[in-house]
Design a protein around this ligand. Structure first.
Ligand code: GLC
Length: 470
């Protein structure tokens, strides 16, 4: 079957865009002669580790860039091949990936005289971290593909419908706690090292929300799916209410926490998680103005993680989880705290950095995650596309333009690094790969969206109604 996307508008490309397109194409991974993904980085000057593999999360900006150009085959192939990698078996063997799980990454290897796709579910990864975000991104990407191509037949195939249901089984299964959020171990997403992001980190919750929204659009209406659709609807309502009520942090809510009573028991408790006001960090009191706000990084018993996480917050805007007022407040925060959050490369992954004893305890003395480096307050230019998408969605185009201009001033000369270090992101990351694919693709997606905001519909969870076949 030949599938094409509906190209949106026309564009003229600049030199940096042309270089970026060439670099993106050079990163394509082939299987039996067909493009199936992009490798994480093309930097031969450092130890390759697993950067020669296609990471599910890293492929998302690549896929979006290809879709905006009408290159849909690679995305379709990726979806088909990764679906085949999904763990399908129901078993009780804890040495095997759980049913429904998607790998962190995969590579193409010659075994005998045959090419084979070999998946890594985290059992090879540094620190053996589990890639919970992979299956969430897969559903989100499937929806983006359908949106770009109109090819609802692919998503309607029995194996695709099965794949979505398996992911829902995994995410909606009864667990040990009674919260609508997903309980996950440390390092289960883009931040794939110990960083105190276990429990209910914002980024996983927002991707979970986007996955449920996407599944709602992709599942066909039939007897088998009805149960799932009802469960998805119910979970979405509880999840969004929970995140909006407990994670949202503006000046008013901060003041409420500041005056919280403690040790409240029973239904009428206001301070439900028993957060002690003494845990409000000093920097926050001075940092948050009356017109700004953001979603906190995490909430658990006696614990609110007050750090600002960029991807989670920007995705609340893109997915429509944040209200209009909240979206504007997040954008106000970014504008007001530009040096802290954007600095010299859009944008900082989280703010502030963990320091001293906190760094020792929460990262396990991880030198790669030293303060203001890598995941611990480093700047990741892949986040440019997410910032631009969020800003354009809520009419703050000047923020998007400013961010793109900053990125353009150094990305190409710096050879598209993986990340930047330093309080303001002015140093190329100490261990950053050059020609990091999602840096390149993220830039291209940002350019595509600023040039034509209709591309936003690929990732924004509104207005896709699939033809539902019974
Ligand atoms: C690092 C990042 C992770 C990314 C991978 C490949 O491990 O932390 O988010 O997927 O590199 O680029």
């Amino acid at each position: 079957m030949t599938v094409t996307s509906r190209p949106i508008g026309t564009t003229t490309t600049t030199l940096i865009e042309q270089t970026a397109w060439q670099a993106l194409k050079a990163s394509i991974l082939y299987y039996q002669g067909h493009p199936i993904g992009t490798i994480a980085a093309r930097d031969t000057s450092v130890d390759t580790l697993n950067y020669d593999q296609c990471f599910m999360r890293d492929f998302v900006p690549s896929a979006l860039a290809f879709l905006t150009r009408g290159d849909v085959e690679i995305v379709r192939n990726f979806l088909i091949e990764t679906l085949a990698l999904q763990s399908q078996e129901k078993h009780m063997d804890y040495f095997k990936p759980g049913q429904g799980l998607m790998p962190a990454s995969f590579k193409v290897q010659i075994v005998g005289d045959q090419e084979q796709i070999i998946a890594d579910f985290g059992e090879q990864a540094i620190g053996r971290v589990t890639p919970i975000d992979s299956c969430l991104w897969w559903v989100i990407l499937l929806r983006a593909y359908v949106k770009a191509t109109g090819d609802s037949q692919l998503a309607s195939k029995p194996e695709f419908q099965d794949g979505i249901r398996l992911i829902l089984d995994l995410c909606l299964a009864a667990a040990f706690d009674m919260c609508p959020t997903l309980l996950v171990p440390d390092g289960a997403f883009m931040i794939d090292r110990r960083m105190g992001v276990y429990g209910r980190p914002l980024e996983i919750q927002v991707l979970f929300y986007a996955m449920l929204k996407s599944a709602q659009e992709l599942l066909l209406l039939n007897d088998q799916n009805l149960l799932y659709l009802n469960a998805v609807e119910e979970r979405l309502n509880h999840l969004s209410a929970h995140l909006q009520e407990y994670y949202w942090l503006d000046f008013k809510h901060l003041n409420e926490i500041y005056r919280y009573k403690e040790e409240e028991f029973g239904d009428r408790a206001v301070n439900k998680f028993n957060i002690y006001p003494e845990t409000i960090p000093q920097w926050l009191i001075e940092w948050l103005s009356k017109t700004a706000g953001y979603y906190a990084g995490n909430i658990g018993s006696g614990w609110m993680d007050f750090r600002f996480f960029a991807l989670g917050n920007l995705m609340t805007i893109i997915t429509g989880l944040a209200t209009y007022e909240q979206s504007q407040a997040i954008m106000n925060l970014i504008e007001q705290r530009w040096n802290d959050l954007v600095g010299q490369m859009p944008m900082k992954i989280c703010f502030p950095a963990l320091q001293e004893l906190e760094w020792k305890i929460l990262t396990g003395c991880d030198p790669k995650n030293a303060p203001w480096s890598y995941h611990n307050g480093g700047h990741w230019s892949v986040l440019l596309w997410v910032l631009v998408a969020a800003a354009v969605k809520v009419g703050r185009t000047e923020i998007a333009q400013k961010a793109i201009a900053i990125a353009e001033s150094s990305l190409q000369t710096d050879e598209f690094p993986e990340y930047y270090d330093g309080r303001y992101g002015h140093l190329i990351g100490r261990e950053a790969r050059k020609y990091q694919t999602w840096t390149i693709a993220g830039y291209l997606v940002a350019k595509a969206i600023i040039t034509n905001s209709e591309h936003l519909s690929l990732i924004s969870n509104e207005n896709l109604v699939m033809s539902r076949v019974v």
